[in-house]
Design a binder for this molecule. Structure first.
Ligand code: FES
Length: 195
């Protein structure tokens, strides 16, 4: 594991520690990380629930968590199917320097393959990237395969939030902690097994 990875993990821990950490064995059992909102976290905005049952394939909803937009995308099989083929065009295809929970450490960057959750803030200077889901050529990319485009300085991200080479953003989009309460309900800002 590189220095930058350690730094990213550390940043993630720092950013999520505001909601409070409960229980021991954090390092040994990363999938059972437990978070409960502290008073400080509640003031900053605690976990938020969202109904994901009505997001059609290829669609995205946008919710607010701690004052920042969180994008939830129901990716199609076609969108997922091209991810591997994009690796050579990306700065960090394996998300080694990304800020994300350990359980999303794959090219899908998600707990469920189709459902992608990401903080909708460009990692360059903080604009909100726009969603371009279709796998069709765009003015900003003639080989576009779906993803996010930041209009401020033209950073491009694939549908896993991985940044393309040539973009001013240096890091993939950040993934927040999250968990599913059931098939229809997601909680952002919490990633224990029970809310
Ligand atoms: S803020 Fe997104 S590219 Fe600069």
């Amino acid at each position: 594991m590189t220095e930058s990875v350690n730094k990213s993990r550390r940043n993630l821990l720092l950013s999520t520690s505001a909601v409070g950490v409960v229980g021991a064995g954090f390092a040994a059992v990363p999938f059972l990380k437990s978070w409960l909102p502290s008073e400080r976290a509640k003031a900053a905005g605690g976990p938020v629930k969202a109904d994901i049952s009505k997001i059609e394939p290829g669609q995205m909803i946008n919710i607010l968590w701690r004052g920042q937009p969180v994008f939830i995308v129901n990716r199609t099989d076609e969108q997922i199917g091209v991810l591997e083929s994009l690796n050579d065009r990306l700065k960090d295809p394996q998300s080694e320097s990304a800020i994300e929970p350990e359980y999303v450490g794959n090219i899908y960057r998600s707990r469920k393959e189709n459902l992608f959750v990401v903080i909708g803030i460009c990692t360059h200077l903080g604009c909100s990237p726009k969603f371009y889901p279709d796998l069709v050529p765009q003015q900003f990319d003639s080989e576009w395969k779906g993803g996010f485009f930041c209009p401020c300085h033209s950073s491009r991200f694939d549908i896993s939030g991985r940044v393309f080479s040539g973009s001013p953003a240096s890091r993939n989009l950040d993934v927040p902690p999250y968990m599913f309460l059931d098939d229809n309900t997601i909680v952002i800002g919490l990633d224990q097994e029970k809310a």
